[in-house]
Design a protein around this ligand. Structure first.
Ligand code: BMA
Length: 328
C-alpha cells in the first residue's frame, strides 16, 4: 500500500483509537490535559508548545508563563510523548561564537528537524512581537540565529525541507498588541539568514470562526497530495477572541497555491480545559508527531493559554474530510 505521508515511521507515536461514537475527523486524548497547571518551580502554565522524536524518545520546547507572567521557553523530555519532564530553568541561548545571548520574552515555539539540525521558531521580543529563530543539534547547546523578519510578526513556521531549492517560512505579520487581523505569508531563503520573495498564502475570511485572523500551526506535513497545514482561525466575539483549528492542503512545489481549506473548523474549544482558563476559548496547535507508516497524527495544542493537550487524526480520513469540507 502506498503511503500518504512522506516521512519516517514512528512506531511509538502516542495514540488512542477514535471513540466509537465520535463523528469528527479529529478526536481528543481521553487523559487531556497532559501538562496541568504549575508543573515546575517557575512554570505556572505550559501551553502552545512543540515536540519532536529524538533518539527513540521525545524532546520538546515548551512555552511556560512564569509567575511573573512572562513567557519563556523551557526544554523538556519524555519517553512516551505524554508524560513530560521540563527543566526548571528556561533555555539559555548563545551566539555562534558561544557568547551568551540575552533574550526577552519568548512564546509559541515551533520545533522541527531540517536536514541534520533542529530549528526552533518562536515569537521573540525584537523588541515587540517578532519571529525568533534558533537551532540545536543536541538539545544541550542552543544557538540563537538572526531574526528572519522585521517586527511585528508571529506564528513563524518553517517547512521541513527546501521547496524548489529554498528554505521556506510561513509567518503572520501583526501589530504589537492583540492583533485584530492576520493572514499567512510565505518567505524564502537560500541560507536561513536572508529572507525574501514574500508571497500571500491564505487570508482570514470564509466561515466566521476564521474571520478575524489566521496563523500557521505545526510545521507542514508532506503528503503525496500536498503540504498538510494545520492552522488556527480566530473569531472576535463580544467576549473576545475564540481560537479554533482548521487545516489546508498546499501545493508541494508552490505552497502559495491552496488546494483545499477547511470550511468547517476541525476543532473548536468545547472541553472545560479549553473553555475555562487564563484566556478562555483557545485551541492553539503548535506541533504534530507523525507516523508515516500508519498515517497516524498526534496534534499538540495549547488549551485556554493554561494547559497542554493532545488530539489525534488519521491522514487519509483527514484529507477526505478536507475534500468534502473545502471552501475552495
Ligand atoms: C495570541 C498568542 C497566543 C495565545 C493567543 C490567545 O496572540 O499570544 O500565544 O494563545 O493569543 O491568548
Amino acid at each position: 500500500m502506498s503511503q500518504t505521508i512522506i516521512g519516517e515511521p514512528l512506531p511509538n507515536i502516542p495514540w488512542e483509537d477514535k471513540p466509537a461514537d465520535c463523528r469528527e475527523a479529529v478526536w481528543r486524548y481521553s487523559q487531556n490535559p497532559i501538562i496541568k497547571r504549575n508543573p515546575g518551580p517557575q512554570a505556572a502554565r505550559v501551553f502552545n508548545s512543540a515536540v519532536v522524536p529524538y533518539k527513540g524518545q521525545f524532546v520538546g520546547v515548551f512555552r511556560a508563563d512564569t509567575r511573573k507572567v512572562r513567557p519563556q521557553l523551557f526544554y523538556g523530555e519524555s519517553t512516551d510523548a505524554l508524560n513530560w519532564t521540563l527543566e526548571d530553568e528556561p533555555i539559555k541561548w548563545q551566539d555562534e561564537s558561544g557568547k551568551p545571548v540575552k533574550n526577552g520574552y519568548a512564546y509559541d515555539p515551533r520545533l522541527l528537524k531540517v536536514e541534520d539540525t533542529y530549528y526552533i521558531i518562536w515569537c521573540d521580543d525584537f523588541p515587540g512581537p517578532s519571529i525568533g529563530m534558533g537551532k540545536t543539534r543536541d538539545f544541550k547547546t542552543f544557538i540563537k540565529m538572526e531574526n528572519p523578519l522585521m517586527p511585528f510578526n508571529r506564528n513563524g513556521v518553517l517547512f521541513p525541507r527546501k521547496v524548489n531549492g529554498m528554505y521556506a517560512l510561513l509567518s503572520r505579520p501583526s501589530d504589537s498588541g492583540h492583533t485584530p487581523f492576520g493572514d499567512i505569508i510565505i518567505s524564502y531563503s537560500p541560507d536561513m539568514t536572508f529572507w525574501g520573495k514574500h508571497r500571500l498564502v491564505m487570508q482570514s475570511g470564509g466561515g466566521w470562526w476564521q474571520g478575524t485572523k489566521i496563523g500557521a500551526g505545526p510545521a507542514p506535513i508532506e503528503t503525496s497530495q500536498g503540504w498538510l497545514l494545520f492552522y488556527h482561525g480566530v473569531i472576535t466575539t463580544c467576549n473576545g477572541y475564540v481560537y479554533s483549528m482548521g487545516a489546508a492542503l498546499l501545493d508541494l512545489n508552490d505552497p502559495t497555491k491552496v488546494l483545499l481549506r477547511t470550511s468547517d473548523y476541525l476543532a473548536t474549544p468545547e472541553e472545560d480545559y479549553e473553555t475555562v482558563g487564563f484566556v478562555p476559548n483557545v485551541f492553539f496547535p503548535c506541533a504534530t508527531l507523525v507516523d508515516a507508516l500508519t498515517g497516524r497524527i498526534a496534534i499538540y495544542y495549547g488549551a485556554a493559554d493554561t494547559v497542554t493537550a493532545v488530539a489525534f487524526c488519521q491522514v487519509d480520513e483527514l484529507l477526505a474530510f478536507l475534500k468534502e469540507n473545502s471552501e475552495i
